[in-house]
Design a protein around this ligand. Structure first.
Ligand code: FAD
Length: 612
């Protein structure tokens, strides 16, 4: 028999491994030269592997879902036309890196029965050190994560990187009924909202601002179906990316709803109800990452036709003429901005008397000025009364800040009054856990609950409801499970509001520091005096830095400007490294760039800004 090896092609200079997707042929099938036999997915591309010769597929050395290396042999073809005697699916000579744990790991047996997209077994190298097999009664997994939002999926990946056998339970279905990973953030939160913000900004630029650059565009049209379709395509791609990462890291996706069953013999028992079957799994450690859901107004049902929550507002089929938004917080302002740019008259009703109360006063004042200039109508200090809907619209009764009764009529209403932690049907009591009075799972500064080996992260616990905070907690908990001693400085977590201009900050604001009685000095520099800002036509806003009056340590950085979401990263580094304003003032910044305003604001703290 003439045996021809089927090899993984060179992937790229920077990529050395990929995931073998599905063999299109089975052992014994005849193949023709250059026929595509299988695809290899890397984090950059999907590559096709053609048959190197005609003949019969003799052996498959690698199976669907295996991680494979560039140039690795994944199968053989008998080019003499005769099939090899039924070769085992996984050759004994298969390289160690991707050899399945096989019978050694109970994980393999359990997970194989699970409706998992990923290969069930942990790699042998991992299984041999797997705590799930080492201490007490063996468990199906070292770690089970409930929820695959940015907290859960990142926790799962980090735990897998550290050699743990990991499963992640996820029940999210998209409107087409397809199960999806990625949670709120990737499906109906950060990613789709930023896609629509970007598209609506392009539209607004085309209609109002391109002429400033001497670019004439006439008859600008809006194809909302295409715009929303683009957003959905991005969601599809990025959630598919998480599936790829799960395969790459050998994380088992348990599809369905997870709930605790109990604890015993050192393991936590979690039941997963999927489509048509229910199965209980055991784990040494559990990470609850079940996120949050939109808070609704009592008595005002969300139908996502007339009344939407902050998730439904990402999928309007037409731009309303008049849009009411209850809640002028981060999400209300972002969604209000999208639909204002697309032609709606937008009125935001906010119960709190102060605009953007968590933001530095100077920034909030500038934001209110900018948003008013753009045409957003914002009423503060209101009390919402009866909300009546009809098939054509909605009528909202409220009292204004002076106590006078008012009514707002609109075609559609977005209720954006915050989000509540999600512990629906999780049966926390089965393991002795309770939520606090606001529905959060109580945890310590390391996200440990009161139950040993059970952690909770992300929106379901205290702290800001931000994707990157959830991610940081996911990494921290996985490393704690690994025996490391990580730590998060919550003061260094940045905040961003993706309006135009963007608003971003890290650390404390001036009013907080004054309330603490801290002696501070501040410096501010306007975008108006920056050459790059002039070039791109985005001269609104400024950067404000606050430093300790005696030591000069930076205590807070507050930005309202174009690209504030990127500019703030420098400030995060500065606060993490306990830099002084002088440090930032000394560092070279590229010219011309918006980042020069960071340096100038730092110099302004020392009353020596150069370009003003
Ligand atoms: C419109 C909008 C825009 C946003 N924009 C931003 C932004 O720009 N930047 C930012 O930082 N944050 C933003 N956020 C907030 C961000 O989405 C959340 O902070 C983040 O998603 C929290 O991550 P998480 O992992 O804690 O939970 P989630 O992302 O909520 O994920 C939880 C997952 O757990 C699953 N789940 C829950 N219970 C179970 C169960 N029992 N069994 C199985 N699965 C379960 C859910 O299906 C869900 O997929 C936005 C939110 C919204 C709504």
């Amino acid at each position: 028999m003439a045996t021809i090896e089927i090899k993984v092609p060179q992937l790229s200079e920077s990529v050395s491994e990929g995931t073998l997707l599905q063999w299109k042929k089975k052992v014994g099938d005849s193949v023709t030269r250059d026929e595509i036999l299988v695809e290899i997915e890397t984090d950059k591309v999907v590559l096709e592997v053609p048959a190197p010769s005609s003949g019969t597929l003799a052996t498959l050395v690698r199976n669907d879902g295996d991680t494979v290396l560039a140039e690795e042999i994944i199968g053989t073809i008998d080019s003499s036309g005769k099939a090899a005697a039924a070769a085992p699916a996984v050759a004994a000579a298969a390289p160690k890196a991707a050899a399945p744990a096989a019978a050694a790991a109970p994980v393999a047996a359990t997970a194989a029965a699970a409706p998992a997209a990923a290969p069930a077994a942990a790699p042998a190298a991992r299984a041999s050190t797997s705590p799930a097999q080492q201490s007490g009664t063996p468990a199906d997994f070292d770690v089970i994560v409930i929820g695959s939002g940015p907290g859960g999926y990142i926790a799962a990946i980090r735990a897998a990187q550290l050699g743990r056998s990991v499963a992640c339970i996820e029940e999210w279905k998209n409107p087409a009924g397809k199960l999806k990973l990625g949670g709120t953030c990737l499906n109906v939160g950060c990613i789709p909202s930023k896609a629509l913000l970007a598209s609506s900004e392009e539209y607004e630029n085309a209609v109002h601002h391109l002429s400033d650059h001497g670019v004439g565009v006439e008859n600008v049209t809006l194809d909302l179906t295409k715009m929303v379709g683009r957003k959905e395509a991005i969601v599809e791609k990025i959630t598919g990316g998480v599936e790829f990462l799960f395969r790459k890291n050998k994380i088992t996706w348990l599809k369905g709803h997870g709930k605790f069953v109990g604890k015993g013999e050192g393991n936590i028992r979690i039941e997963v109800s999927g489509e048509g079957d229910t199965k209980t799994y055991t784990a040494k450690n559990a990470i609850i990452a079940t996120g949050s859901k939109a808070r609704h107004l009592p008595g005002v049902p969300v139908d996502n036709k007339i009344v939407s929550d902050n998730e439904g507002a990402l999928a309007f089929d037409s731009a309303p003429k008049k849009l009411a938004v209850i809640g002028a917080g981060v999400i209300g302002l972002e969604l209000g901005s999208v639909w204002r740019r697309l032609g709606a008259e937008v009125t935001l009703l906010e119960a709190l008397p102060a605009f953007l109360g968590a933001v530095d006063d100077a920034i909030a004042k500038e934001a209110a000025k900018q948003f008013k200039k753009q045409g957003l109508i914002i009423h503060l200090g209101v009390k919402i009364g009866a909300v009546k809907t009809s098939k054509d619209g909605v009528s909202i009764a409220y009292t204004d800040k002076d106590g006078a009764p008012q009514t707002l009529e609109a075609d559609r209403l977005i209720v954006s009054i915050g989000r509540v932690p999600n512990t629906d049907n999780l049966a926390l009591d089965a393991i002795g856990l309770k939520v606090d009075e606001r529905g959060f799972i109580p945890v310590d500064e390391h996200c440990a609950t009161s139950v040993p080996n059970v952690y909770a992260i992300g929106d379901v616990v205290r702290g800001p409801m931000l994707a990157h905070k959830a991610e940081d907690e996911g990494v921290m908990v996985a490393e704690i499970i690994d025996g490391q001693k990580p730590h998060i400085d919550y003061n260094c977590i940045p905040w961003v509001i993706y309006t135009e201009p963007e608003i971003a900050w890290v650390g404390k604001n001036e009013q907080q520091l004054k309330a603490e009685g801290r002696a501070i000095k501040t410096g501010q520099f306007p975008m108006l005096a920056n050459g790059r800002a002039m070039g791109i036509g985005k001269t609104d806003g400024f950067v404000k830095m606050i430093a300790d009056a005696a030591t000069d340590e930076l205590l807070g950085v507050h930005i309202i400007s174009a690209n504030a979401s990127d500019l703030i990263a420098e400030a995060v580094v500065a606060l993490e490294f306990k830099a002084s304003s002088e440090d930032i003032g000394m560092i070279s910044h590229p010219h011309p760039s918006l980042s020069e305003v960071m340096r100038e604001a730092a110099l302004a703290v020392q009353k020596r800004a150069l370009n003003i």
